[in-house]
Design a protein around this ligand. Sequence first.
Ligand SMILES: CC(=O)N[C@@H](CCC[C@H](N)C(=O)O)C(=O)O
Length: 372
Amino acid sequence: MNNLVQIRRDLHKIPELGFQEYKTQAYLFNFISQLPNENLTVVTWETGIIVKIKGTEPTKTIGWRTDIDGLPILEETGLPFQSEHEGNMHACGHDCHMTIALSLVQAFATNQPKQNVIVYFQPAEEGPGGAEPMLNWIKSERPDLLPDEIYALHIAPEYPVGTIATKPGLLFANTSELFIDLKGIGGHAAFPHKTRDMAVASANLLLQLQTIISRNVDPMDSAVITIGKVTAGTVQNVIAENARLEGTIRTMSAASMADVKRRIKAICAGIEASFECTCTIDFGTMYYEVNNNEQCVNNLLTFAKDYEGAHAYECPAAMTGEDFGYFLKEIPGALYWAGANCEYGLHHNKITPDESLLSFNAKFMEQYIRSL
Ligand SMILES: CC(=O)N[C@@H](CCC[C@H](N)C(=O)O)C(=O)O
């Protein structure tokens, strides 16, 4: 088994949620500590790590960012190296992303690049968001750790390995989490008229929220409201006093996000009136859109077109979110989809990315960064 596959499998076993990535950080730190360190500066921030590699004749500093957290998903891959943290899973490829980032650190630590390179191991991409606070800390405490341009990848199960798919401008959506707590009056299942049933109210609310997409968003625009978790009540023969919807909103612009939120508030006010209950809305964490720099995308795609085994092309935007958008808001750069050739999609409990993507993308990015 090659070294990168082993690293990915080690990391796959220990998925941790945002800002709880202690074992992950220790694993990464241990790996980095064993590398030649004459040209390295290694700094920790919360559960993340930042590694700067001094270049031989630097004219600029190139950044590479990986996310390091897992998701609260019960893994069902049945793999011999499946998650040892039951209920958590690397179902979004961050184990692969970290492996590629470690490979870059190793390559540049052993064979110094021309440009300075900074690799960011960033916590909490799935939530509550690590990029924005990490960047704020760097700006105020360690401006020497800011790059001139920055890149990242995200695995794409639907594409074959070797795919480098990206586009200039908007690649990923604006996101906002959505949590709505409903409170009514519970009671005996046989006497609904004496209660305010939040199971029924939350079911109505869930369906009405979907009308925002079909009836309020311009059909030429795009938006998503997904409610991923619904909880209500306590037992089968007691009417639910409480319910909670948990979800996410995705839009193509900040203006459209504001409109969707306005409609959510209005619908909740209607639910309060019709079901005689209270709805408390919390919009949670927001991620700024992923807006790729045109020049950086052109450079990346041009390099990829001549790279053996790469299939480079411009893809459409997607409604995924990524807090890497906060880096791109301040620093020119690009994120690309890296083909992972897998039957199951992102966030699926059976996702098994094709591990040949690890060495392909690690080598590809190493060569690209050396070309800058
Ligand atoms: C690439 C990816 O899958 N990212 C996540 C980001 C989630 C942000 C936040 N927790 C939310 O749900 O809005 C995604 O679900 O797109």
